[in-house]
Design a protein around this ligand. Structure first.
Ligand SMILES: C[S@@+](CC[C@H](N)C(=O)[O-])C[C@H]1O[C@@H](n2cnc3c(N)ncnc32)[C@H](O)[C@@H]1O
Length: 208
């Protein structure tokens, strides 16, 4: 789901009969299709669709995977309801998204809002668990993984203008209190590094 240029779909493809990559952005899927053909991946389909209103029948899929995208969705409950609906009973969904703990979340959220107009919200792992269970899933595993984050590389990959990147770096470096302890910003050879977090969640759709 929200496959972008197909990164996760390409990893899954060797293990499944067919993989369906869904995204709402046509250009992303065109690139995914191009890369799939370059890699010789023949069992992938690419479908334009909104994670919050999927163009699939109930109980279609054996596995549902979404990575690095739910923070762009305006209706998280709608997205989870759709994930639950299209998954077959007794099967699993994997959700991976950025999930900083509070209060660091507020700092990174403020940065994302200024860097990326399509950013909506990061949930913490605990907030994810509440939402996912409310959608009908049983959460089998939910953990945050802390990452050592190279700030300059992040901004360069996202083509953030250098003046804006410098202003946003100041927000991280001037953070105080518990958020600072969590983010532990530091300069290594002049380059800013800080903590970042991903949530890794496995959720089960009960059989009945
Ligand atoms: C940061 S990219 C992540 C791409 C991919 N999952 C990955 O890990 O490489 C986010 C993707 O979410 C897509 N997206 C955003 N909102 C969406 C929605 N409501 N339904 C489907 N795709 C959406 C965007 O078009 C974009 O390709």
């Amino acid at each position: 789901m929200a496959t972008g240029t197909g990164n996760t779909a390409f990893v899954l493809a060797p293990y499944v009969r067919r993989v369906v990559g869904v995204d709402m952005t046509r250009e992303m899927l065109e690139e995914a299709r191009r890369i799939a053909s370059e890699k010789g991946i023949l069992n992938a389909d690419w479908v334009i669709g909104d994670a919050q209103r999927l163009p699939f029948m109930d109980e279609t899929f054996d596995i549902y995977v979404v990575r690095a995208a739910p923070h762009h969705f305006s209706d998280l409950d709608g997205f989870l309801a759709e994930a639950f609906r299209v998954l077959k009973p007794g099967r699993d969904a994997a959700l991976i998204d950025c999930a900083p703990p509070l209060p660091a979340r507020e700092v990174l959220h403020a940065i994302e809002l200024r860097r990326d107009p399509s950013h909506i919200l990061y949930l913490t792992v605990d907030e994810w668990v509440v939402r996912i269970e409310r959608a009908g899933f049983e959460v089998e595993m939910a953990q945050a993984r802390e990452l050592d984050w190279n700030y300059e590389e992040w901004m360069a990959n996202q083509a953030v203008p250098p003046e804006l990147a410098a202003k946003l770096a100041m927000i991280i470096e001037s953070t105080q209190g518990e958020a600072r302890v969590q983010l532990h910003p530091e300069r290594r050879e002049g380059k800013l590094w800080h903590a970042y977090w991903h949530a890794l969640i496995r959720a089960h759709k009960p059989s009945s």
